[in-house]
Design a protein. Structure first.
Length: 205
């Protein structure tokens, strides 16, 4: 989607540059990244569109499914099949809108010389709402409309972004037992294995 919107040169397409960094952080092979860019930017490029689906999975878990596809009929059929086989239920579009906050999330590694208070102060004007650190990774949160400003602010500070994405964060996370989580995560894994599915967000606490 990034290559389709802004061209296939990551040096001039910041969205593509960040998408490549995010893909690498998830250990996506270089060949897969290259093929995805070529598929989206070539003269015979398919007409990809972004679609979302909402569903209830096992034990009432909420599933917000984002897809990028050149065939919406294939996408909805595949998603429905996975959800139905799990005993879940597809929901109407917009059913979960008030249950998730859409946020821009930027991640980078915490270095020894980094002062998080200084980073936080410098990024407030770029739309930073919250900053946290966990196991050596710094997470910056802002409104989804500030995604470009927040990523640009990090780059201007010389921070090496490892991942930048728009995420749907549950407003009321729910706790599940280990057995329930295993069943929910099995469904999420099946959804994420589908070539059209880009991300799956849940209300798991």
């Amino acid at each position: 989607m990034a290559a389709k919107e802004g061209g296939d040169d990551p040096d001039s397409n910041s969205k593509l540059r960040l998408a490549i960094a995010s893909a690498k952080s998830e250990n996506m092979p270089k060949d897969n990244i290259k093929k995805a860019i070529e598929r989206a930017s070539g003269k015979d490029a398919a007409d990809y569109s972004e679609v979302t689906y909402e569903a209830k999975g096992p034990h009432g878990a909420l599933l917000y499914i984002e897809c990028a596809t050149d065939n919406t009929n294939r996408s909805i059929t595949n998603v429905k099949t996975i959800i139905n086989k799990s005993g879940g239920q597809m929901m109407n579009s917009g059913a979960f809108d008030f249950m998730f906050d859409r946020k821009a999330v930027v991640e980078f590694a915490k270095t020894d010389e980094m002062e998080l208070e200084e980073v936080e102060l410098n990024l407030i004007d770029a739309g930073l709402e919250e900053l946290s650190e966990e196991e050596g990774t710094v997470y910056c949160y802002g409104e989804y409309a500030d995604f470009s400003n927040l990523t640009k602010g990090c780059e201007e500070m010389g921070l090496e972004i490892s991942k930048a994405s728009l995420q749907r964060i549950p407003s009321n996370p729910t706790e599940f037992s280990e057995e329930q989580l295993a069943e929910i995560e099995e469904v999420i894994d099946k959804l994420e294995d589908d070539e059209d599915v880009q991300a799956v967000f849940t209300n798991i606490g």
